[in-house]
Design a protein around this ligand. Sequence first.
Ligand code: CTP
Length: 401
Amino acid sequence: MRIALGVSGGIAAYKAAELLRLLQDRGLEIQVVMTRAAQEFVTPLTFAALSGRRVITGMFENPGEALPGESAIEHIAVAQGAEAVVIAPATADVLARLAHGIADDFLTTLALATRAPVIVAPSMNVNMWEHPATQANMAVLRERGVQVVEPGAGYLACGMTGSGRMAEVLEIAESVFRALHLRDDFENETLLVTAGPTHEPLDPVRYLGNRSSGKMGFAFAQAGLRRRGRVLLVSGPTHLEAPSGINVARVETAGQMAEAVLEWLPQATVVIMTAAVADFQATSVVGHKIKKQDGTLTLQLRPTRDILSEVRSQRRPGQCVVGFAAETDHVLENAAAKLHSKSLDLIVANDVTQEGAGFAVDTNIATILFPDGRREALPQMTKLQLADRVLDAVAELRKCS
Ligand code: CTP
């Protein structure tokens, strides 16, 4: 879920950095857009470093630096991709331009082009705030459905005291969460999630691995954060960046994944095992690069640790354990057998040979199987949506237990 964070040129611009962190802590991806005036107060570099992405600073900026697919119509792409636009601080000037539909820079163009909720946090001198022009603009914006996080009263940077001080960043963040209808139902839960493949070394340069990208596990991490859960993520080798606000242990092998999982297990209330753990490892890892020699090579393999069964033997009452079954045939039968043999609370089955499901893609097609025999077949959806649906099922089980 991408949020556009507009920063305009007020003394409170530096507080937008803190707002950015609060939004990220709920698993939201942030695209920062700065007006020209904002850059007089804070550098784009600050926001680029915090958000991990390029900050948009103008309409026709550095065309030579545009990434493939980016162009002068980037505002349309950002407008369509954003699920909310929040402008904090919003100066009197930006509010006036929004009220009049003026689109003379990236931020105001974006605000005009989006259909997502727009949230503004005004910040200005008390006289400017109380001026009939500003109040008339605010009335227009409210009437149009723009959500206003009311400024507070207090000491202002200009030396005056009165209304116009930007609302607390926590309050602004809460308005964004409300606009996005984020839920709080995992507030008291700690999710332990495994993600990605494992790599089992053969020699210093080669390993046995699989096609898992880790996307499903990272989607659970994000979904858990959005529902205010605490997230512990154990990830095999992936290229994915973990959302800020979660604890991540990066591992290579099944053995290391098992160690990390068992270390965190006592803290977890919900365990979600999406990792495609390698089932075999070499009986001995060769210390030097294996040479081609006569053109044939026989590998001797032995099973890796079965993390799920170790979790099962060490789990404490009340812990909910969810497994994944990535199958290529007899999908539901195989998954139902694993649900029972591994004493899981839920299993999510998917046919990895289906288009739009399985490894590397952003979508999945899955069926959730419950121990009482119930099955919930889900249509193709993004991995984040699937993670949310599985968390819905977990929440339902926890209500009954
Ligand atoms: N799993 C695990 N440790 C392993 C293998 C699997 O924790 N060494 C977990 C996976 O994360 C998944 C579940 O067990 O949640 C089922 O994984 P899967 O590979 O489908 O099952 P296996 O028991 O390995 O059965 P098989 O490979 O024979 O289908």
